[in-house]
Design a binder for this molecule. Structure first.
Ligand code: MG
Length: 164
């Protein structure tokens, strides 16, 4: 009996501390309290709406976010163990390819990633996308790490979701 695993991981707020960076970016440009913005981000309010409401340009906030974004060092350190024992790691993100590619730049030197899926190529709620991934990597199980108790709780008999 084989028991091959694949490690899959979410990107935002799992491998990179995106909410912290967004909150700091809005706060810096608008003078609003960082924690107040963080609360709004946690309710998943649209980032463009928040920008409009705070009277700042979304593009400026995004550029500031890029500068302030930090890796989640503890999680990366943990996942490096799978690199070390030769288990492939893939990124599964609901963000756009543009954001995934840009934000992955931050961690590409510290973690070896086999491939990255974004909203254009993978839907976390689609069983067929997980099936395709499992076939492609010829694995028995997927260990999936994410930060969101709803979005990252994958319903699939071969996927074990771990909410960090
Ligand atoms: Mg996330």
């Amino acid at each position: 009996m084989s028991n091959k695993i694949l490690v899959a991981t979410d990107l935002h707020n799992t491998l990179v501390k995106s909410n912290d960076a967004w909150a700091a970016a809005y706060s810096k440009l608008s003078g609003t309290d960082e924690n107040a913005v963080l609360d709004r981000l946690l309710t998943k309010e649209s980032r463009r709406m928040i920008a409009e409401d705070l009277g700042v340009s979304y593009d400026d906030v995004y550029n500031e976010y890029r500068k302030l974004l930090k890796p989640n060092d503890r999680m990366i350190e943990f996942l490096r163990y799978f690199n070390y024992i030769g288990i492939p790691i893939v990124i599964i993100s609901s963000a756009s390819k543009f954001r995934v590619d840009n934000d992955l730049e931050l961690i590409k030197n510290s973690l070896q990633i086999d491939s990255a899926y974004s909203k254009e190529t993978f839907s976390k709620t689609e069983k067929k996308d997980w099936d395709r991934l499992i076939t492609q990597y010829n694995c028995d199980h997927v260990l999936y790490f994410g930060n969101d108790k709803d979005e990252d709780n994958i319903i699939h008999d071969k996927v074990v979701s771990i909410i960090i």
